[in-house]
Write a protein that binds this ligand. Structure first.
Ligand code: DX5
Ligand code: ZN
Length: 221
């Protein structure tokens, strides 16, 4: 069985109690903390930066932190997030002028690298950099907000990305982000995803452990 990871997006957490929320969701069985960085430029929303990542590390969070950069330009933030304790740093190729350089900067900073693809964007940018990515993240909503509906066409793109990963022979995670819930996680996994971001589906429920257990039960079917 694939090694599935559940990555709650803290975008839907209560920011006034962020440390506690992250502790709770990890205690509830989450594997990875998905950390959405929005700049009100690349996407029409504004969220959190390296200081908050650092604060979570200082708070005692040891789980992998998956930093999803929805910012333009990209490069300036890479070093800051690496120093702040990021594990993964992913960015949108259309937000970086020199994609290969940005990927290299992430690895040179000691983090795992990844590219993120918006719903309408093809996977062409991957062709020459498969050896430089540790993660491919497919957006199944348009980035900027939590709580949107999963765009069904993403399933075909997942199958395409899975085939590319398998053909490459590299160890690359395939992450999906947007509108993921216990209701659709099984067909998303069947299409090839192994890492599942879920924001509202987890944080909008009172019992995080119950939701995560339900997702794992679906994945085990
Ligand atoms: C959207 C973010 C997502 C978002 C997902 O731009 O990248 O990580 O928090 O939220 P849900 O799971 O509610 O669609
Ligand atoms: Zn995200």
């Amino acid at each position: 069985m694939a090694d599935y990871l559940i990555a709650p997006s803290i975008l839907s957490a209560d920011f006034a109690r962020l440390g506690e929320e992250v502790d709770n969701v990890l205690a509830a069985g989450a594997d990875v903390v998905h950390f959405d960085v929005m700049d009100n430029h690349y996407v029409p929303n504004l969220t959190i930066g390296p200081m908050v990542c650092k604060a979570l590390r200082n708070h005692g969070v040891t789980a992998p932190v998956d930093v999803h950069l929805m910012v333009q330009p990209v490069d300036r933030l890479i070093g800051d997030f690496a120093e702040a304790g990021a594990s993964y740093i992913t960015f949108h190729p259309d937000a970086s002028t020199h994609v290969d350089r940005s990927l290299q900067m992430i690895r040179d900073a000691g983090c795992k690298s990844g590219l993120v693809f918006n719903p309408a964007m093809g996977l062409d940018a991957l062709k020459y950099v498969m050896d430089k990515v540790d993660m491919i993240l497919l957006m199944s909503v348009n980035p900027g907000f939590g709580g949107q509906s999963f765009i069904p066409g993403t399933l075909d793109k997942l199958r395409e990305a899975r085939a590319m990963i398998d053909a490459s022979g590299y160890d690359i995670r395939l992450e999906i982000d947007g509108g993921v819930s216990a209701k659709n996680i099984r067909e998303i996994a069947a299409a090839g995803a192994d890492t599942f971001v879920a924001g509202s589906a987890i944080f909008n429920q009172p019992d995080y452990a119950a939701v995560i257990a339900e997702m794992r039960a679906e994945l085990a079917k």
